[in-house]
Design a protein around this ligand. Structure first.
Ligand code: PMP
Length: 360
């Protein structure tokens, strides 16, 4: 049997590991920041009807410009955006990959503030873009001064700001985003995958788009819309940016079925987002419950909580798994991450961690 090492693989991919969050079948899976609430049944019926219509046309290639979907997404985002400002792909992972294909690549670099979403360095590796890791301030926050100093020092071609940040949950002020934009001539991507879980009234980076042609704001339907399995991510930016992405996308990259399902779901955005308030409530229960047990939860604007004060993350991971609860050991010393679940799942997690903590 041949091994990966024996293959004539690109030198810059040698020794790399693929993205690998465990996919285990357990009663309570709270490890990949999914929305654990199923989509409402009436919305599911509408999606199936739209899919049934679309499937009759799958002998033809889909609308390469996914125009109707872009119109729906622009309507959802508001902020005076129109379809010309919108791009979409199979998950925001693919959107970010296309951004690096167009604006990164060999001889170019992308800077992010660690710890941050583990796919960024992998997307950089896959596109031959050099990954630069910059540091955060205390408690994983990033001040405008810290951010702009790193960007001036490293002079990257692309900066990725995750807001709120995965895996820490910490928000990012618009002042930091503006400072980064002013410190570079390159592309600034704000990844707002978890934005809908921020407190009411938190301003989005979308409000900064006007007059900033190098600013890109990516979002996903995977989290707040409970649509992770359908694979729909999107981005808002100046129309010229979407022209750049057309140069690197594969023709017909969004299937007719994906487009139909997403358009049908967006027509029910109010209902699809109805569980967001409950998830925020479960997240706050987690933060309070963990603090009561003596752990140290970080500030979270997302659907998950990073918490410190864990003596042995690997042991806690195993002890919870034994009780049917899967959370994430993200490799940060004495810290672990847990996603907010349904009320029952959240209770199961809090009960399990209380039980194993009192054992130790
Ligand atoms: N950005 C961040 C910060 C994420 O955590 C994730 C998913 N875990 C993504 C992007 C990608 O999501 P998707 O490809 O499902 O849209």
């Amino acid at each position: 049997m041949s091994s990966l090492d024996a293959l004539p693989i690109r030198d810059d991919l040698r020794g790399k590991s693929p993205y690998g969050a465990p996919q285990k079948v357990v009663p309570v899976a709270l490890n990949v920041n999914e929305n654990t609430h199923p989509i409402p049944e009436d919305v599911a019926h509408d999606i199936v009807t739209a899919l049934a219509r679309a499937v009759l046309g799958v002998n033809r290639y889909p609308d390469r410009e996914f125009t109707e979907l872009r119109i729906s997404l622009a309507g959802y985002l508001g902020h005076g955006l129109s379809a010309d400002h919108i791009w979409a792909a199979n998950g925001s992972n693919e959107v970010l990959q296309q951004v690096l294909q167009a604006f990164g690549g060999p001889g170019r670099s992308v800077l992010g503030f660690s710890p941050t979403y583990s796919m960024y360095p992998l997307l950089a590796a896959g596109t031959g873009t050099r990954w630069i890791s910059a540091e955060r301030d205390a408690d994983y926050e990033i001040s405008p001064e810290t951010a702009s100093a790193a960007v001036r020092r490293e002079n990257p071609d692309v900066v990725i700001l995750c807001s709120p940040n995965n895996p820490t949950g910490t928000p990012l002020g618009l002042d930091t985003i503006e400072a980064v934009y002013n410190a570079t001539d390159g592309i600034v991507v704000v990844d707002e995958a978890y934005f809908e879980f921020a407190p009411e009234g938190t301003p989005s980076a979308l409000s900064l788009l006007e007059g900033r042609d190098r600013l890109l704001v990516s979002r996903t339907m995977s989290k707040a819309f409970a649509f992770a399995g359908a694979r729909v991510g999107y981005l808002a930016a100046a129309p010229a940016v979407t022209d750049a992405l057309r140069l690197v996308r594969l023709p017909y990259h969004l299937s007719a079925l994906t487009q139909a399902a997403a358009i049908a779901a967006l027509a029910h955005s109010g209902e699809m987002l109805a569980m967001v308030d409950d998830i925020k409530h479960q997240r706050d229960r987690i933060s309070t419950g963990l603090a009561d047990l003596g752990f140290r939860p970080y500030r979270s604007h997302s659907n998950f909580v990073l918490f410190g004060g864990v003596d042995d993350p690997a042991a806690l991971f195993d002890a919870l798994l034994e009780r049917g609860v899967l959370i994430r050991d993200i490799g940060l010393p004495n810290q672990m991450r847990v996603s907010a679940g349904t009320e029952a799942e959240t209770t199961a997690f809090l009960d399990a961690i209380a039980a194993v903590s009192s054992n130790s």
